[in-house]
Design a protein around this ligand. Sequence first.
Ligand SMILES: Cc1cc2nc3c(=O)[nH]c(=O)nc-3n(C[C@H](O)[C@H](O)[C@H](O)COP(=O)(O)OP(=O)(O)OC[C@H]3O[C@@H](n4cnc5c(N)ncnc54)[C@H](O)[C@@H]3O)c2cc1C
Length: 324
Amino acid sequence: MPNAFWCVVEDDRKGFPKKVTAEVIGEAVRLAGSAEALWVTDTASEEGLQQLAAWGATKVWLLEAAAFAPYQGEVWVPAVAELVAKESPRAIFAPVTARQREFVARLAARLGAGLAADAVGFALEGDRLTATRPVYAGKLLSRVTWTKPPWVATLRPNVFRPAEAQPGRSASVERPAVAAPEPRMKLVERREEVSTGLPELAEAETVISGGRGMKGPENYVILEDLGRVIGAAVGASRAAVDAGWRPHRFQIGQTGRTISPKLYLGFGVSGAIQHLAGMRTSKVIVAVNKDPEAPIFKVADYGIVGDLFEVVPAMEKEFKKLYG
Ligand SMILES: Cc1cc2nc3c(=O)[nH]c(=O)nc-3n(C[C@H](O)[C@H](O)[C@H](O)COP(=O)(O)OP(=O)(O)OC[C@H]3O[C@@H](n4cnc5c(N)ncnc54)[C@H](O)[C@@H]3O)c2cc1C
């Protein structure tokens, strides 16, 4: 439908859309009253299609072909650009993930469209959409608008309210024929990261964060043990990441991940403004720090002044009792 808001689906590579997709659909529906999903994949499952409908997509544009996996911009972009030229959506929204960030930037360039990257807010007044996005590493917020459609934007995860799933809703599925060009690059080898067995940081309802107070990489094992008991993801501050204790994908904050879990537990994290930028919308914040003046206590709902190396094992023991 011309004037439609398209929401690019981020999936788990196994045929199921990720929670960030619900956030994008939720925001599109809030703005436009309805949303359509655009799913580029090699395998879309029936449950995945139902999930998109349950989140409120009225139509799914499904580009399903073996050529679309693994993601390659040079394959995705011409195929989607062809479809956009035919269907003229009014807006194309995608979540900020490693591949969508690249794909959408390339798509916008191909379409000659304006791109608001990493948006944290939108306002639609009549025919004018305005996006709010952080600039200068989050020191300022800028408001931008588009001179012509399609309005292309990527949405920062864990900022927008996800669409609530209403099972039983249905969506029509369009499988348009588009040409997927031969890639000029070949995948030589794929290495899966060794799973920690803990939930993913951006998706977890409970997040534990370890800062410089952890004193070294070897000590994160106590946070992972606690994480296993309470089903939490384990993240880190930038100080810990810069020290090489944790990979960058675990960094929480302005230059890392933005999270908004139900429960955030910070251990040995001082609460620098840049760390808070990535977690202050958490529903309940618990801080453990041996310095009673640590700034994190200003945003914490519950604070424990103490040595984390005593508090973490004590917490683990109590939670084990609680969860049996
Ligand atoms: C442009 C820019 C972007 C940035 N982006 C980010 C970002 O994305 N994420 C981020 O986190 N930071 C970011 N930073 C860095 C940020 O300013 C801080 O330096 C960083 O967050 C500090 O990490 P920390 O709290 O782990 O370390 P510290 O500030 O050193 O705090 C360590 C805390 O541990 C406590 N402690 C020590 N030992 C114990 C113990 N045994 N038990 C309990 N408590 C203990 C101390 O009292 C202290 O409060 C950014 C900075 C800049 C300039």
